[in-house]
Ligand binder design. Structure first.
Ligand SMILES: NC(=O)c1ccc[n+]([C@@H]2O[C@H](COP(=O)([O-])OP(=O)(O)OC[C@H]3O[C@@H](n4cnc5c(N)ncnc54)[C@H](OP(=O)(O)O)[C@@H]3O)[C@@H](O)[C@H]2O)c1
Length: 268
């Protein structure tokens, strides 16, 4: 064997393992935006992905795209704010795919409004989707992992607005800050079960949630003013997500990882 092949093999064995072969990864809110892209990436990394959201037609289309690339994908219709539906979904996944090893709590809504203009309905819906649902889905996933004696990884999608705040985002920012604290709380309680719990805190990524605003000149001007000077590309979330999901991040736990081009550290 040539010396350069030996060195290449030694170098390769030093690299951490970012792959997810043999793992089942459930992504909530996989019907669009960030969830959709993370699901595609996890499938490319070897996971069997389970796509969950309310719009089943979107999930089916994505599952077909993933399968066409030779990866494994299943779908489950799920309104994450419905506890009975969560239990039913996990039963179905358990029968068809087995235990969920990696959970991404990505489903979320944003209804920006000034504090005094935010209705009780909007506040409660935001908390129910962005916080309480992640609590309930995590509890279901963790109970099943613990019962099976398997390690796992839970990734919550918080936000740069769970770290700092912005005008018009009192309900949203509060829900994401609560989710960050839940992330840390679950991390210290589940560590003895080998279940890691971390969060990604994205900055701005253009998705259906905000594309209307970022399509305006005001939205474009705003992006020029933030430290990266642009929105993130969805693919830029994939590496950080794989770190948290895979064995490459086996000692990373209780972390809220901003992926925002330094937006969260800037006083602008
Ligand atoms: N885009 C950004 O700049 C940004 C920044 C920071 C954090 N985030 C967070 O990233 C996550 C994904 O957002 P996105 O930007 O990708 O927006 P998006 O394209 O609007 O996606 C939101 C997803 O959440 C799902 N969802 C909403 N309510 C749900 C419910 N009750 N049950 C199940 N699924 C539900 C939607 O699916 P259905 O409607 O089909 O159910 C959809 O797939 C959210 O948690 C958001 O807060 C986004």
């Amino acid at each position: 064997m040539h010396w350069y092949v030996i060195i290449a093999r030694m170098t390769t064995s030093l690299l951490p393992d970012f792959r997810l072969d043999g793992k089942v990864a459930l992504v909530t809110g996989a019907s669009s935006g960030i969830g959709s892209r993370l699901a595609e990436g996890f499938a490319a990394a070897g996971a069997t992905v389970v796509l969950a959201a309310r719009r089943e037609d979107r999930l089916q289309e994505l599952a077909e795209r993933i399968r066409a690339r030779g990866s494994r994908a299943a779908t489950v219709a799920l309104d994450v704010t419905d506890p009975a539906a969560i239990a039913t979904a996990f039963e179905r996944i358990s029968t068809s795919e087995g235990v969920v090893d990696v959970l991404v709590n990505n489903a979320g809504i944003a209804e920006p409004a000034l504090f005094l203009k935010t209705s009780a309905r909007s506040r409660d819906a935001t908390m129910a989707t962005n916080f309480t649902a992640a609590w309930d889905v995590s509890a279901e996933a963790a109970r099943r992992l613990i019962a099976a004696g398997r390690p796992g990884s839970i990734i919550n999608i918080t936000s740069v607005l769970g770290i700092g705040v912005g005008v018009g985002y009192s309900a949203y920012a509060s829900s994401k800050a609560a989710l960050a604290q839940l992330t840390r709380s679950m991390a210290i309680e589940f560590v003895r079960h080998r279940i890691r719990v971390n969060a990604l805190a994205p900055g701005w990524f253009v998705t259906e949630m905000n594309e209307e605003y970022f399509g305006t000149s005001a939205g474009q001007d705003y992006l020029k003013k933030i430290p990266p000077g642009r929105a993130g590309q969805l693919d830029e979330l994939l590496g950080p997500a794989l770190l948290l999901a895979s064995d490459a991040g086996s000692y990373v736990n209780g972390v809220i990882l901003p992926v925002d081009g330094a937006h969260h550290v800037a006083l602008v």
